[in-house]
Ligand binder design. Structure first.
Ligand SMILES: *[C@@H]1O[C@H](CO)[C@@H](O)[C@H](O)[C@H]1NC(C)=O
Length: 216
């Protein structure tokens, strides 16, 4: 047992002695000018003595490792997140950071998991909600499994917010986001879906359009 432990320690030390010079060598190779500069007396140095880029990337990596998914961390840390669901829009990061989804619009609750009428969706279904012309913040009454009969064409300025419920889009068609803007989809489980022809989908304003789909 003892010997085994010592062996492990030795191995670790060896690994470190190999790794540390290799790391330094890398920096040297990467920036010879900086290495040369570092050897000069302090008053003649052009650059700071610390390898700052390394510091910066290390700091960034630490943040990313700590938070895992910073968007989830943004709302999960607030125990009352469900009191103001639209605050989620402020959590957007990266290229989507200006996305507001259905923020400012009504909250609409999906109560009906069926998708029996694609052309004239029943009120209470997800399909009805996503074709409304106004911005909507769509939430779900309960856990549900929704089997889409045709592609679900989501229109602009919508949030599909499944937080707090276990909502599965499963076994049927997929969600299509095409020629639309400003959509947030959160905590929705999409699984075992198959690509289907878009077919004909009618919006409430009476306009008709056909789809070939770009799948999500
Ligand atoms: C979405 O909302 C933005 C901002 O309110 C508005 O300018 C835009 O016209 C809306 N898009 C659609 C398709 O309604």
């Amino acid at each position: 047992m003892e010997a085994d432990h010592k062996l492990k320690l030795l191995f670790l030390c060896l690994l470190m002695t190999i790794t540390i010079p290799a790391l330094k060598a890398n920096i040297g190779d990467f920036d010879e000018e900086w290495e040369a500069d570092r050897k000069k007396p302090k008053s003649l140095r052009k650059r700071p003595t610390k390898p700052e880029p390394l510091h910066i990337t290390t700091h960034l990596n630490r943040q990313v490792h700590r938070l895992q998914n910073p968007i989830d961390a943004c709302w999960r840390c607030d125990p009352n997140w469900d009191q103001d669901r639209q605050k989620l829009a402020d959590c957007a990061l990266g290229f989507g950071h200006e996305t507001t989804g259905g923020k400012g619009g009504r909250i609409y609750t999906v109560t009906d998991p069926s998708d029996d009428n694609v052309l004239e969706p029943d009120e209470g279904t997800l399909r009805w909600a996503v074709i409304q012309p106004e911005p909507l913040w769509i939430i779900f009454k309960d856990d549900m499994k929704i089997e889409l009969k045709e592609e679900l064409m989501v229109t602009s300025n919508k949030t599909i917010d499944a937080r707090g419920c276990n909502v599965h889009i499963e076994g049927g068609a997929q969600i299509t986001l095409q020629y639309v803007q400003n959509i947030i989809i959160c905590n929705l489980h999409v699984r075992d879906t198959v690509s289907k022809e878009g077919g004909m989908v009618r919006g409430l304003d009476g306009s008709l359009w056909t789809t070939y789909s770009q799948r999500w």
